[in-house]
Ligand binder design. Structure first.
Ligand code: CP
Length: 303
């Protein structure tokens, strides 16, 4: 069965096909009747072993807009708490005649492991610190809306790169489209090996903002840190936090992005997050159309 496990193995043509299909679905979503029959009689299970607001709700809404039947599973409150394995859990869900699995899991590679053992289509909705492919696709969609073709465009990814699946999936997606990518953050949060992916590294947020056409700002993921990289979030905010005055001082307008959830006052001040530079809520809106496109294209390849 075809899957969407990551951006690493997706070619540029497939990325552009997903974006083009998502543009058509975005038009549908702006009509008075938003629902289409494309996935009627397809049953999709959203299985989440990690917390989520945007990804879980936008997958569910995308499925409903496509007329799929959906069931939602959260590890908390399930028999996982009694010791049931991931594979047993998924095989039990599939026994109820489910066609597709959308899954989020804390372990990098969990959806790749499942893909080897089950027949249903799998969409990775975030696997630990590894990949978050639909986030990178909705970021590409949102960037293209603002900047057009991304070849030669300068995109900065600022913050906790080390723990970020959003950063890795975005790097793959942006490089495949010929964008220039610069990572910015404290050296403890930018792993050395990531430079082999053809990205620049900076530790200076002001010059990075002056360089870029768009800045994708990431959250400091305290929950994933084994050791404390900073004595306090206040220190991160002092050296790498972005506020509206910094955006107003720039020689040209830049696009400000954030995958959410925002830690207001840490990586972004509220006056920056809520400024006209920000397309943060457009990203969330576009996420529904992009997830519709991913599910629709996977289902049509499966039949
Ligand atoms: N951007 C994102 O993945 O948000 P959630 O964790 O709320 O799904």
């Amino acid at each position: 069965s075809p899957h969407l496990l990551g951006i690493k193995d997706l070619d540029e043509e497939s990325i552009q096909l997903i974006v083009k299909t998502a543009r058509e679905f975005k038009e549908v979503l702006n009509r008075p009747i938003k629902k289409v029959p494309s996935l009627r009689d397809v049953t999709i299970a959203n299985i989440f072993f990690e917390n989520s607001t945007r990804t879980r709700l936008s997958f569910e809404l995308a499925e409903k807009r496509l007329s799929a039947d959906t069931i939602n599973f959260s590890a908390s409150g399930s028999s996982v708490k009694k010791g049931e394995t991931l594979l047993d859990t998924v095989n039990n869900i599939l026994a109820m005649k489910v066609d597709m699995i959308v899954m989020r899991h804390a372990s990098p590679g969990a959806p790749h492991y499942l893909a080897k053992h089950i027949k249903a289509n799998i969409v990775n909705a975030g696997d630990g610190t590894h990949e978050h492919p639909t986030q990178a696709l909705l970021d590409t969609f949102s960037l293209q809306e603002k900047l057009g073709d991304l070849a030669g465009k300068k995109i900065a990814i600022i913050g906790d790169i080390l723990h970020s699946r959003v950063a890795l999936s975005n790097i793959y997606a942006l490089k495949k489209q010929g964008a220039e990518v610069r990572l910015c953050g404290p050296s403890t949060l930018i792993p050395k090996h990531i430079q082999s992916l053809g990205v620049e590294v900076s530790h200076d947020v002001k010059s990075t903002l002056a360089w870029c056409d768009a800045a994708n700002v990431l959250r400091i993921q305290l929950e994933r840190q084994q050791i404390k990289y900073f004595p306090s979030l206040r220190e991160y905010s002092q050296f790498f936090g972005i506020n509206r005055a910094m955006l107003e001082e720039l020689p040209k307008e830049i696009v400000l992005m954030h995958p959410g959830p925002i830690n207001r006052g840490v990586e972004l001040s509220s006056d920056a997050a809520d400024s006209p530079h920000s397309i943060i809520l457009d990203q969330v809106e576009n996420g529904v159309a992009v997830r519709m496109a991913v599910l629709y294209l996977l289902a049509s390849r499966a039949s």
